[in-house]
Design a protein around this ligand. Structure first.
Ligand SMILES: Cc1cc2nc3c(=O)[nH]c(=O)nc-3n(C[C@H](O)[C@H](O)[C@H](O)COP(=O)(O)OP(=O)(O)OC[C@H]3O[C@@H](n4cnc5c(N)ncnc54)[C@H](O)[C@@H]3O)c2cc1C
Length: 453
């Protein structure tokens, strides 16, 4: 990355950013109550410090849904752990009890309980109806939400139909329930106009079994047939639909499909919609250029919302590229990704009011940078949305809401089996030594957390 993308040359921005960051950090509870600490499982702490154990645990969490009994679960767990060259003491003790039938059952029950306990921190309910109490509670505390319907991998047309149906039901139930929520002006409008209370995040890969990089048109057309009715429904209900971004092999199809559909005349004035830009991709500045060209020429209302994230598939993209001998599409140095995130933040802020900006991060520096850059550019706080993930960004969410920022929490809904892939991605991200949450939980001083990348 070139030095041009840092804020090093702008002491005013750095000063404001440190002021905002310190103010937000002051509202955080001590690291003892940090979200990673709250996961409070011995396995999580061990997983952070031991790479091989981490890999074994992730593979284990992946097979949990396929296990038929607790015995089965314990057999898998001990199988993975047996591969460890030097098992830490608590693991070695667990392994010893797994040599009897009763021991295996006890170990299996403990492991299943641990996974379930962890999942409940991230997943707000088994279905949208069950999640409504949590969503209303968040709203009353000044926090908006986006509901993500967790699903199994979509490999058949029936599964895609079912996912589309579940999205439709969620839109309906949320929109109906949200009408009865009390007024929260910060969450309900910005300079561009009203903001929907009901907000659903959708995955294109779940809307079609045909999304393949070698034949993108096929998947695009198939998904369009299910996304179009959802857009119509959201427009009729006054709800927002956000299209999540997944791994790079589906990016072109997802971006093209979203922009093509939103450009159709029937969607010229609704629904409110958004997409995601991943800053870990080296070519993300060009992608953003393409999106900005589109919003300026399409002139649709309400403006498209762009959610800026770093990206959740970093390990996958790196491994995939290395296996094929391709150049890596993602930055390999965390600071390069962070600098790019800040540069994209400033480009997005400058592109308003043609688009709406949402900064999705748990990194205090990235969030404080967005708030400071917005203010120094003359923007109002209400024209910047900050987003966090349920279970990981709870403290940041509360600190932002208490200071009058518009914050939206991404709330996965679904059963534990369907949520396993989601859970694994969150664990992988957050036990990595380069993760901001990991650094924060380890007690890194604030000055270092807020330092320029
Ligand atoms: C509301 C919300 C919605 C989201 N939606 C999506 C989505 O649709 N699609 C999606 O892909 N992700 C999504 N994410 C996840 C997001 O991409 C990040 O993975 C997550 O937020 C962690 O980033 P951070 O800024 O919070 O933390 P940080 O700790 O600052 O950053 C961690 C991230 O940095 C990157 N990284 C880690 N190591 C390196 C390295 N060595 N070199 C370069 N980069 C590295 C990775 O992207 C990693 O996830 C969403 C996040 C939120 C909060």
């Amino acid at each position: 990355m070139s030095g041009e993308t840092t804020t090093g040359g702008d002491p005013q921005l750095e000063r404001e950013l440190h002021r905002v960051g310190a103010e937000l950090a002051a509202a955080f509870p001590s690291t003892a109550r940090h979200p990673l600490r709250k996961l409070d499982s011995r396995a999580m702490q061990l997983a952070s410090s031991d790479r091989e154990l981490r890999a074994a645990l992730f593979r284990f969490v992946d097979v949990v849904p396929a296990c038929r009994s607790l015995e089965d679960l314990a057999r898998h767990l001990t199988g993975f752990l047996e591969e460890l060259p030097d098992a830490p003491a608590p693991i070695a003790a667990a392994m010893r009890i797994a040599h009897t039938r009763a021991g295996r059952a006890a170990l299996g029950a403990a492991a299943a309980g641990g996974v379930r306990h962890m999942a409940h921190r991230f997943i707000v309910g088994e279905n949208p109806k069950a999640a409504l109490t949590v969503l209303r509670g968040l709203w009353e505390e000044g926090v908006a939400s986006s509901v993500d319907l967790l699903g199994e991998a979509t490999v058949t047309r029936e599964q895609a139909e079912r996912y589309a149906q579940r999205c439709g039901q969620a839109l309906e139930q949320l929109a109906q329930a949200a009408r009865g929520w009390p007024s929260r002006p910060i969450l309900e409008s910005d300079s561009s106009g009203p903001l929907p209370r009901a907000n659903v995040s959708v995955k294109i890969s779940a809307l079609t079994p045909l999304l393949r990089p070698d034949a993108p048109e096929l998947g695009r057309e198939d998904a369009a047939g299910r996304l179009r009715p959802l857009l119509r429904q959201a427009a009729a209900l006054g709800a927002h639909i956000h299209i999540d971004m997944e791994s790079l092999d589906s990016r072109e199809a997802v971006l093209d499909l979203t922009l093509e559909l939103l450009a159709e005349p029937e969607f010229a004035h609704g629904p409110s919609a958004g997409l995601v830009l991943q800053a870990y991709l080296r070519d993300s500045p060009e992608q953003l250029g393409k999106i900005i060209d589109w919003v300026r020429s399409a002139r649709r209302t309400p403006p498209l919302q762009v959610r800026l994230v770093k990206g959740a598939y970093w390990d996958h993209e790196l491994i995939q590229a290395r296996q094929h001998g391709w150049p890596t599409p993602v930055f390999e140095v965390k600071a390069d990704c962070d600098r790019n995130f800040e540069s994209l933040t400033r480009t997005l802020l400058a592109a308003r009011p043609s688009l709406r900006v949402a900064i999705a991060s748990h990194n205090l520096r990235s969030v404080a940078h967005a708030i400071a850059a917005n203010r120094l550019a003359g923007g109002e706080d209400r024209d910047l949305e900050l987003q966090v993930l349920r279970g990981l960004g709870d403290e940041l969410q509360d600190a932002l809401a208490a200071r009058g920022f518009r914050v939206r929490t991404y709330c996965p809904v679904g059963d534990l089996v369907a949520g396993m892939a989601y859970l694994v991605r969150r664990l992988l991200e957050n036990t990595s030594n380069e993760s901001f949450l990991h650094e924060q939980a380890s007690g890194t001083p604030l000055e270092q957390l807020l330092a320029a990348p």
